[in-house]
Design a protein around this ligand. Structure first.
Ligand code: NAP
Ligand code: HSE
Length: 432
């Protein structure tokens, strides 16, 4: 088999790693795919920028057509980011019968279905392992390793930036803003970190993962999203005191034919395997009816870890080329999407209230909960510095989301309640 030629779109953090792995692992690649793999052209914005990897300047171009229209290029690796222009480039590449590997979750969460259809129509592969959880081979594990099972739950810490922030706030008592700056300096955060801290980056990854794991077309709009911007030091400390750890958690849950996909700060029992995933690390907990509990752990971002996933996808493409089976994977979801309504989403909740410290307050709150058939699992009550006020922290037993939201609404109207300070889902009980 003659050498495989790659066109690389982007030579930033991930692109640099891709070039390094292709160079440094040439023997291994040769052994895996049976032919040399060469980077023929690289699309960048700035031809004279200093790079952290040595590449011949003749490889660089600012013209996408130098890659898309080159008949000698077999595979396009997209690591430039962005959505609309990038979609155009990849659609054109696929129509030119080039296989595509991408790390772009922003693009795949929105246009993945269209791109996969066009890939299939053109007999091309479109692989996107690096788009979810960087170096963790989670998509291949869902598609191949667990192909025989029926997955009912996936919970993921799939954003490194927010996990880094929550870890540093919780373990070292550092302030949110300072840790966010640190995460940006270390290169974990997106160019606009609002998508990290607001939960959108994790939501994109959960939409991709849930679509694959549940074989259902889950759109980004189907994912309920809440970020970590309102999480306070007090919430983290009370959580700890009650035996829980706060994580920005992606939850994809299936009961019968119905699913729920969300991203939110949630409390996990400190003994849960996801609770010990710290700093910028990612992990995905997967429950399958036959396999039971599994967990995938590793670096969710960074140059070489992410590039490992990209180049492994490239190996998959070239192996398929040898077998002549590119573009043959079924892309039609097995199931019609059916989303749970709020009455079908069940969970425990953490609730922190400021109340007037008077006789009968507790009875009023308890009776409001019992009117909605929700009982308490744990309760803390503390006096506050502000005279005449007390703080109540509650962990409920299981409640439906609609029931719980009615409780919150009624609590806000209760004269004895000064303020509902915070409320989080509590996950990780064994009832998966
Ligand atoms: P990055 O460091 O900002 O690099 C982007 C590269 O693309 C740069 O080389 C840039 O050229 C080039 N580029 C951007 N827009 C371009 C345009 N319009 N035309 C031509 N070239 C363009 O980004 P990254 O961190 O490597 O991320 C790349 C992709 O991987 C993104 O989709 C990201 O979400 C995904 N991803 C990243 C990570 C990670 O850890 N960084 C992890 C998983 C997935 P110049 O160098 O000339 O500016
Ligand atoms: N900003 C992302 C994160 C990069 O923090 O996880 C990897 O997708």
């Amino acid at each position: 088999m003659q050498a495989i030629s790659i066109g690389l779109l982007g030579l930033g953090t991930v692109g640099t790693g891709v070039v390094k792995i292709i160079e440094n692992h040439q023997d291994k690649l040769m052994h895996q795919v049976g032919c040399p793999v060469n980077v023929k052209k690289i699309l960048v914005q700035d031809l004279v920028k200093e790079r952290t990897v040595k590449v011949d300047s003749s490889l660089l171009t600012v013209n996408p057509a130098d890659i898309i229209d080159d008949p000698e290029i077999d595979v396009v690796i997209e690591v430039m980011g962005g959505i609309e222009n990038t979609r155009e480039h990849l659609l054109n590449a696929l129509k030119m019968k080039k296989h595509v590997v991408t790390a772009n979750k922003d693009l795949m969460a929105v246009h993945g279905s269209e791109l996969m259809t066009v890939a299939h129509e053109n007999g091309c592969d479109l692989f996107y392992e690096a788009s979810v959880a960087g170096g963790i081979p989670i998509l291949r594990s869902l598609a191949d390793g667990l192909a025989s099972d029926r997955i009912t739950k996936m919970m993921g810490i799939v954003n490194g930036t927010t996990n880094y922030i929550l870890t540093k706030m919780s373990q070292e008592g550092l302030a949110y803003e300072a840790v966010l700056k640190d995460a940006q300096r270390l290169g974990y955060a997106e160019a606009n970190p609002a998508s990290d801290v607001g939960g959108l980056d994790a939501a994109r990854k959960m939409a991709i993962m849930a679509s694959l794991g549940f074989s259902m077309k889950i759109d980004l709009d189907d994912v309920k999203v809440k970020g970590i911007t309102e999480v306070t030091e007090e919430d983290l400390q009370y959580g700890k005191q009650l035996g829980y750890t706060m994580k920005l958690l992606g939850i994809a849950d299936r009961e019968g034919d119905k699913v729920e996909v969300s991203v939110q700060p949630a409390l996990l029992p400190s003994s849960h395997p996801l609770a010990s995933v710290h700093n910028e690390y990612n992990a995905v907990y997967v429950y399958g009816e036959a396999v039971g509990e599994t967990m995938f752990y590793g670096p969710g971002a960074g140059s070489l870890p992410t590039a490992t996933a990209v180049v492994s996808d490239l190996v998959g493409v070239v192996k398929n080329m040898r077998l002549g089976v590119n573009g043959s994977t079924s892309i039609t979801p097995q199931y019609e999407k059916q989303l749970k309504d709020d009455g079908e989403v069940n969970s425990k909740y953490f609730l922190r209230l400021h109340v007037h410290d008077e006789v009968g307050v507790f009875a009023e709150i308890t009776s409001l909960f019992s009117n909605h058939d929700v009982s308490f699992e744990k309760i803390l009550q503390m006096p506050l510095k502000e005279k005449g006020l007390a703080e109540i922290v509650v962990i409920t037993h299981q409640a439906s989301l609609s029931n719980y939201e009615n409780i919150l609404m009624e609590l806000r109207d209760l004269p004895v309640v000064k303020e509902v300070k915070s409320s989080y889902r509590v996950e990780g009980s064994v009832s998966v």
